[in-house]
Structure formats: structure tokens, C-alpha cells
Design a protein around this ligand. Sequence first.
Ligand code: FAD
Length: 281
Amino acid sequence: MSTTNSSAVLSCEFFPPRTEAGVEKLLVTQQTLNDVFQPAYYSVTFGAGGTTRESTLETVTLLSKKGINVAPHISCIGSSKQQIKELLELYKSLGISRMVTLRGDIPESGESTKEFSHANELVSFIRETTGNHFTIEVAAYPEYHPESVSPQSDFEHFKSKVAAGADGAITQYFYNIDAYSRFIDNCQRENINIPITPGIMPITNYASLIRFSDICGAEIPRWIRKQLEAYADDKESLRSFGLDVTSNLCNQLLQQGAPGLHFYTLNQAGATNAIWKNLSI
Ligand code: FAD
């Protein structure tokens, strides 16, 4: 990896709100982010965190009709080919040109149409049905996907998404920069030249960070965990430490040539804007 990328692509992720008040708040969040650093696009998660697919479509429609550049997430595990085809047509009609393409987490109910098993199949299907209309982002896991059988097979599966036609990847969040650097080195060795954008999770709440990280397999290094634990209810010190850690991470990533940063905003502007203000770009 080389020098700071001055044309870094910065993007922000939202989840679809479940209430009218949540929708109003999301619009304020988007405006607040836009006032500070004009993200290149906003992605909207799909059926994640207990939200429904309908609410993803509603949020994407609302934002895109306001002229905001939106990239819906689309996951295939519980969908039929026909449903995906209809969704792609709808997104095309809304002027959407970028998507984050996933398998999705296997639902507790085990619900699956059996028409798709993995994200590479969805990438191929999107290319077959809509050609090069969409810029396709896929997920990457520098610390390995929690279900992966081995680091090697996880990387092979990542390669199969690239071979199927992915234009870029966004990583699961991480705080170990070496994991990302190694992932990039592996890609370079295999001649994978698509941009691999680090996913950044701001640190604002100890309990929820631990809960998310346990589920998605992101490691919280001991020196971070111990310090967050020590702050306990001292929210101000915790946020200040979290801001310092994530700002340093982002600056190091950009210095090493990361093509951009994708912020997991959790529908809040404050922490992401604060990190952006600390970036040396
Ligand atoms: P895949 O790439 O299919 O990989 C899943 C697992 O299967 C891995 O362990 C992989 O090694 C293995 N695998 C892949 N291909 C094969 C194969 N051919 N044979 C055998 N094994 C294989 N979840 C949501 O529900 N909604 C969202 O909006 C959402 N957004 C996300 C955004 C980002 C940037 C990231 C990083 C994750 C997101 N997730 C979301 C979580 C994601 O859905 C889960 O991590 C899911 O478990 C895997 O999805 P994937 O697309 O990475 O799957």
C-alpha cells in the first residue's frame, strides 16, 4: 500500500427507520452529514437489525426522490429470483445505479427460498439480468466471516464475488489495521484491483459495540476494550477516547492508500462528523 488518497470516496450507511419520528430524524441526520462533508452516497441496509425489506424500499424511495445519491443493500438468502428481478427493475426506475450486494444473515426461522445460497450467485444474477447498469459493492471480511471454514476458503469465496462481477467491496468494521493491510496484500497478490473500502464503526457505546462485534466477528483489541470498560458510565470520556481511536484508524488507513471510508452511522451524524473533522484530507 502507498500514499494518502486525496480523492477518497466517503460514504455513510443508514438503516431504515421503523417509525415516522425515525424517518424525520434520519432526514435531519442526512442533512447534517451533508452540511459537513457531502458523502458520495448513502447506503441503506436490507432487512438487517430486525427491519423489514419494505422499509428499505420506502427509505430508498424517499431519499432518492429527494435527489440524494442512495445505494440500497440487497440480500438474497430469503428472496426468490423473481423477487430480486422485480426489485432491480424498481431500483432502475428510481435511477439507482449502485448496490451493496449480500447473501444476508441466515434468518433464525431458517426461511430461505433455496434459489440463492451465497452472495456470488446474487452478483452473477444481477449481471445476467441488468448487465452493467449497477455498480456492485460486495462485503469483505479482513478478520474473516464468522461462518468461514478457514481463512483460505473465506478468501476464495471473496474472489468468487469479484469474479462474478463486483466493482468494489466494503469491509466489515475492524480496529486491527494489520488485518486490512494483509487482506489488501492478498488481493494484490491475486491481481484483484477493485477498491476495497474500510467500513468504520464509530465508538460511542460500550455495550452495543460488544454486542455487534460478537455477532459479526469483529475483534475489539484488549487495549480498547479495557479502556472502554474502565470508562463505564463516563460517557464523555468514552466518546472522546472512541473518537481518538477511530480518527487515528481512519487517518492511518488513508495514509496507507485506502480508496475511501464507509461509515456505519447507526443513523447518527455526530460521531461520523466528528471523525471527518479529524481527518487529514
Ligand atoms: P457470502 O459472501 O455469501 O459469504 C457468507 C459465508 O459463506 C462466508 O463464511 C463465506 O466464506 C461462505 N461462502 C461464500 N460463498 C460460498 C460458497 N460458494 N460455498 C461455500 N461457502 C461460501 N446483512 C443484512 O442482513 N443486511 C444488510 O444490509 C447488510 N449489510 C452489510 C454491509 C456490509 C458492508 C457488510 C460487511 C455486511 C453486511 N451485512 C448485512 C451482513 C452480511 O449479510 C452477513 O455478514 C452475512 O452473514 C454474509 O453475507 P455475505 O454477502 O458476506 O455472504
